[in-house]
Design a binder for this molecule. Sequence first.
Ligand SMILES: [Zn+2]
Ligand SMILES: [Zn+2]
Length: 192
Amino acid sequence: MVRTRPTWNEQFLEIAYVVAKRATCLRRGFGAVIVNPKTHQIISTGYCGNASGIKDCIDLGKCYRDMIGAPSGVLYDLCNSIHAEENAIMQAGKERCLGNVIYVTGIDFTEENNLFYGKPCYKCESKIITAGLEEIIFFNKNCKKIKDIKEENIMKLKVADVIIGRKNNPFENQEKQVTILKEKGLQFKESQ
Ligand SMILES: [Zn+2]
Ligand SMILES: [Zn+2]
């Protein structure tokens, strides 16, 4: 029988999944792995959790973001967590981020550890840009189980393209959030 082995992308996303199991959030966990794409060496890993030495949502049994059912993409300040990508970037330091790739995998703890779409949030995206990382790799929305992490389900986002998108539409993230919050009934002043 011919044995097939995972591609590098599949492997690093699966490693990010294992790292995400250490995450402390109540709803979802994320893991990130920063890799040198030329040597395939792992530079650092990170999962989402509170600041070092501070009790996490899981220890306290409560997260305000979870309590109000915050939709994906908004109200990050209501959770104490430092995101997986932020932790991986801090562990590595900018010099070891430059030109490298970040893999991100999410787990939905409420759904028997199914995968959760791993595209970084807008705040992490800003840090990924500033850290000088070159590419973001995550799986698409067809991925529900770890076995679905296959090359054809993997998405790659060039950081240079993210930067161009932000220059063209600097308030895109804010507008998305305002739309979500309006749907939830929050009132906004008419724009000037
Ligand atoms: Zn939380
Ligand atoms: Zn984030």
